[in-house]
Design a protein around this ligand. Structure first.
Ligand code: GLY
Length: 406
């Protein structure tokens, strides 16, 4: 066990949750000279094991989410330097590819929706170029002949979230982060202050500060007072993995996505030949069943977009849970309970927001407050006297769209 600054057995910081958000928090805090422990039965797992890894600040823009867009762009901008530093620290590759994205339309309705998105992107000062169907197919010859037009977004890249998680885990270990491979069962609160957690096996871990970064499970830790408990709910996503055999070149060179019959579908081609097809978005509580309906809908829509995918081996089907927040934006920073901070609620942007989350939480843990650019994402915005939410103060849309049901 480590010894904390206050002399108690434990650490300066205990991070509850060892997914990519918990690990980046732990790594960045350790780099600032804090002693850090992480509690997770399966560190490096969580939603990152399912996620496709699109860094889609521009193509996943929604009305009413302009404040969130600022954070997303800040994180996308940090990605190249973050990846270089993480790969050097871990000795591992992350699969980061600056490949860009092509969002296409298959029919008149899709095209109208894409035109709306383009107008919103331009109004937000973002780079996106409208292409005819023929121009789309010239870029990506495997696209269906029926593609009616598209948006070329050269700034939306991708990373392999499994490699990212593995690299973060190694970087944490090399930085001296202590991993407790067990579930945190209960937050320890003494005299109205979080001072650690008790693990499922009964071990008590002390810490000067606790960060709750348990993804969709963040609202379920016992011992957290109601007013500090994050309003996070699980949003199921089913994702498929296919394999493109060598040579990869004729298949897809960049992420291709579309809205088909009102539901988004995306194909993310990795440099190693993996092709990820995602994702459903289902409000079904804690269910992580891969359903025939979900797989069917994804394959049907992906096939309409890129007919050649039916030739490829289907290597994996999996479902995971996004941590949804009431306004689709993350909760980053101190709670009403002294000693307890949050890094959760990233919803569909967890991979994209990993670099900036590490930076924000390191600042919170060393100075007590987030940097100015992240203040809008305070967890206190959901409190009784909350300021306007960052993501959707006047959104014409409901906070979460049920994009497709299996
Ligand atoms: N950002 C992609 C998804 O959540 O499905």
């Amino acid at each position: 066990m480590q010894s904390s600054r206050t002399g108690r057995t434990g650490s300066d910081v205990l991070v509850v949750g060892g997914g990519i958000i918990g690990l980046v928090t732990a790594w960045r805090a350790a780099q600032r000279g804090l002693s850090v422990a992480v509690a997770d039965p399966d560190p490096g797992g969580g939603a990152a094991r399912v996620a496709a890894g699109m860094l889609a600040a521009v193509t996943e823009l929604h009305h009413g989410e302009q404040t969130l867009l600022g954070l997303n762009l800040a994180s996308a901008e940090r990605y190249p330097a973050f990846v270089a530093e993480l790969e050097a620290a871990s000795g591992q590759r992350t699969g980061y590819r600056a490949c860009g994205t092509l969002a296409v339309a298959l029919d008149t309705d899709d095209r109208a929706e894409l035109r709306e998105l383009h107008a919103l992107q331009r109004a937000s000062g973002l780079d996106a170029t409208w292409l005819t169907g023929r121009e789309c197919r010239r870029l990506e010859p495997m696209l269906a002949p029926g593609v009616r037009g598209g948006l070329r977004v050269d700034g939306d890249h991708q990373i392999d979230p499994r490699r990212l998680a593995s690299a973060l885990l190694t970087a944490c270990e090399r930085a001296g982060v202590v991993l407790h491979r067990d579930r945190a069962a209960r937050l320890t609160v003494v005299r109205d202050r979080a001072v650690g957690a008790v693990l499922a096996d009964g071990r008590a871990l002390g810490a000067d500060q606790v960060v709750l970064a348990a993804g969709s499970l963040s609202g379920r830790l016992d011992g957290v007072p109601d007013e500090a408990r994050p309003p996070v709910r699980p949003v199921k996503g089913q994702v498929l993995r296919l394999r493109v055999e060598r040579p990869y070149a004729p298949f897809l060179s960049r992420t291709v996505r579309a809205v088909v019959r009102g539901g988004p579908v995306y194909l993310v081609p990795r440099a190693d030949g993996e092709l990820v097809v995602g994702a459903t978005s289902e409000e079904l509580g804690w269910d992580t069943t891969v359903t025939a309906g979900g797989v069917y809908a994804l394959l049907r829509d992906a096939h309409e977009l890129v007919p050649g995918i039916t030739e490829l081996p289907l290597t994996e089907t999996r479902a995971g849970l996004r941590p949804g927040s009431p306004d689709n934006a993350p909760m980053l920073g101190p709670t009403t309970l002294p000693g307890l901070s949050l890094a959760t609620g990233h919803y569909r942007n967890g991979v994209l927001l990993t670099p900036v989350t590490g930076e924000v939480l390191a600042e919170v843990l060393t100075t007590g407050a987030p940097p100015d650019f992240a203040r809008a994402f305070t967890p206190l915005r959901f409190g009784p006297a909350s300021p306007a939410s960052p993501a959707s103060p006047a959104s014409p849309h409901p906070p979460v769209r049920l994009e497709r049901t299996a």
